[in-house]
Design a protein around this ligand. Structure first.
Ligand code: GLN
Length: 455
C-alpha cells in the first residue's frame, strides 16, 4: 500500500485518480495482515486495486466523471465491488473516466483528461482511461472498469495491458452507474491475463439485484485449458487489410495470425457483412438508452443543482433545464439530445426500431460465424494511442466521428453481448503499445483466457 501511495503521488500529473483512499487502505492492510497471520485471509488478500468512478462503494463519493453528481455519496456497494472486498482486496482509490463512460480518450471528464504514461502527449483511451493508466504506471495492481463499447479493452490496448469484457450478464450491474443498460459490462484491467481472469471469477455470478445477470455457474477461469485439438480461429480481414488501420497494427496482427497457423490451428479471414452498420447501430441504441437512464439526474434527486440569481425564473422546469445544462458536459448533452431524438414519436420507427432490427441481424451473423469458429481475432483498435486533442472534433481538419471510429473493432462484442479480451501485442515504431482482441462465444471466458494466455 505504501509503495502504491508513493507512486500515486509521484505520478499525480497523469490524473488517473480522482480520489485516493490513503488512510483507509492503510487500515485495511493492517486488518488483512492480521487475517493472513491467523490463516483467514481471502483469495485476493493483499491485492491493491482501483475502481472506476462509475462504481458505487458505500460511504464513498461517486461522480461518473461528471459535475452533475456534485458531492453525492454512494448509499450502497456494487455487487462486483462487494465480492472483491469479501475476498480482502484493498481499494486504493477512485479512478478518473470519461463523463458517464462516454468517450474513447478520457478527454470528456469533468476532472480533466488522463495522460498516457508511455507518452504524456497522448490519450490513454477511454472511457476507463484512469483505470488503465493506473495499472500501466504501477499505481495499483489492477483496476475495475466498465465496457459498453470498448471502454475496458481500448484503453488497455493503448496502455499495453490486459482488458477483459465478459459476456453480457456475467457480472451483476448492480451499483454500476448506467450508461446503456443492454450493453454495459463491468470488466477487469490488469497486467496479466491471469489476474484479469481471477478478478472476473470472483465478481461473476448470479445476483438477485440485477435481473439480467446470468444464472450459469461460474467456472474457474484461471484453471480452464484449451481443447486438445487444433482451434478454429477467424480473423477480421479488415483488421489486416483495411487502409483505415495503421500499418504497424496490421503487421502486428498478421504476425500473431502466422504464429497461430504455425502452431497448427486453422486461421481463416472472414468479413462481417454488417461491419459498416456496427457503429451506427451502437450509437443509436446507446444514446437512446442513455437519454432514458440519465433523466434521473434532474437537479433534485442527486448532487448538483443550479442556483439561479433570479428566483422568479426558477420554476421546476427551468430548474431541471439549468441544472442539466450546467451539470452535464458537451458530449453527454449531445448524446442525450441524439437519444431523445431517436426515441421521439416521429422518428422512433425510423431509428430506434430499425437499429434494434439491425442489432438482431448482427447477432445472427455473429452466431453463424461462431458455429464454424471458436474465436474471432482482430486488432483491438485501428491505431495506437492518438494525441490529446487530435480527435475531439474541435479542429478544422477533424470531424467528431473520428473518435467514434476508435471503437470499430470493440463494439461488436457489446452489440451481441459476447466476451472479448484485449492483450498486448507489441509496439509500433514509436514504441506505443498495440492491442490484440480475441472474442469468444457467450460464457466461454475460460477458453478465451486460456488462448489469451498462450499468446
Ligand atoms: N467509446 C465508446 C463510447 O463512447 C465506448 C464507451 C464505453 O465502452 N463505455 O460510447
Amino acid at each position: 500500500v505504501e509503495q502504491y501511495l508513493t507512486r500515486i503521488d509521484e505520478y499525480n500529473h497523469l490524473n488517473a485518480f480522482t480520489e485516493v483512499y490513503a488512510s483507509e487502505a492503510r487500515q485495511q492492510a493492517d486488518i488483512i495482515d492480521q487475517k493472513i497471520a491467523s490463516g483467514t485471509a481471502g483469495r485476493l488478500a493483499g491485492m491493491v486495486i482501483g475502481i472506476k468512478d462509475v462504481l458505487s462503494y458505500a460511504g464513498h463519493g461517486v461522480r461518473a466523471g461528471s459535475k452533475i453528481l456534485g458531492n453525492f455519496t454512494a448509499q450502497f456497494t456494487a455487487t462486483a465491488v462487494q465480492r472483491l472486498l469479501d475476498e480482502d482486496v484493498i481499494i486504493i482509490g477512485r479512478q478518473n473516466c470519461d463523463e458517464f463512460a462516454m468517450g474513447s480518450s478520457n478527454e470528456n471528464s469533468a476532472f480533466g483528461p488522463v495522460l498516457n504514461a508511455d507518452d504524456t502527449s497522448r490519450v490513454p483511451g477511454g472511457s476507463s482511461g484512469g483505470s488503465a493508466v493506473a495499472v500501466q504506471a504501477g499505481l495499483c495492481l489492477a483496476s475495475i472498469g466498465s465496457d459498453t463499447g470498448g471502454s475496458v479493452r481500448q484503453p488497455a490496448a493503448f496502455c499495453g495491458i490486459v482488458g477483459l469484457k465478459p459476456t453480457y450478464g456475467r457480472i451483476s450491474r448492480w451499483g454500476l452507474i448506467a450508461y446503456a443498460s443492454s450493453f454495459d459490462c463491468i470488466g477487469p484491467i490488469a497486467n496479466t491475463v491471469h489476474d484479469a481472469a481471477l478478478l472476473l471469477e470472483i465478481m461473476a455470478g448470479p445476483d438477485e439485484f440485477d435481473s439480467t445477470v446470468s444464472s450459469q455457474p461460474v467456472s474457474s477461469y484461471t484453471q480452464t485449458t484449451l481443447p486438445n485439438r487444433p482451434l478454429r480461429i477467424a480473423y477480421l480481414r479488415d483488421g489486416v487489410e483495411s487502409a483505415g488501420v495503421d500499418q504497424s497494427v496490421r503487421e502486428a496482427t498478421q504476425t500473431k495470425i502466422d504464429a497461430l497457423k504455425n502452431a497448427g490451428h486453422t486461421v481463416d479471414p472472414v468479413d462481417i457483412s454488417l461491419l459498416k452498420y456496427l457503429l451506427p447501430t451502437y450509437y443509436i441504441l446507446t444514446t437512446a438508452e442513455a437519454s432514458s437512464n440519465l433523466s434521473r439526474f434532474d437537479g433534485v434527486r442527486y448532487g448538483y443543482r443550479s442556483v439561479s440569481t433570479d428566483a422568479s425564473v426558477m420554476d421546476l422546469l427551468s430548474l431541471y433545464k439549468k441544472s442539466r445544462t450546467e451539470g452535464f458536459g458537451a458530449e453527454v448533452r449531445k448524446r442525450i439530445l441524439l437519444g431523445t431524438f431517436v426515441l421521439s414519436a416521429s422518428y422512433y420507427d425510423a431509428y430506434y426500431t430499425k437499429a434494434q432490427q439491425v442489432r438482431r441481424l448482427i447477432r445472427q451473423e455473429t452466431e453463424r460465424l461462431f458455429e464454424q469458429y471458436d474465436f474471432l481475432l482482430s486488432p483491438t483498435t485501428p491505431t495506437s494511442a492518438f494525441r490529446l486533442g487530435e480527435k475531439t472534433g474541435r479542429s478544422a481538419e477533424d470531424n467528431p466521428l473520428q473518435m467514434y471510429l476508435a471503437d470499430i473493432f470493440t463494439v461488436q462484442a457489446n452489440v451481441v453481448g459476447y466476451p472479448a479480451i484485449s492483450v498486448p501485442n507489441g509496439t509500433d515504431d514509436t514504441g506505443l503499445p498495440i492491442g490484440l482482441q480475441l472474442m469468444g462465444p457467450p460464457f466461454a471466458e475460460g477458453a478465451l483466457v486460456a488462448l489469451a494466455k498462450s499468446l
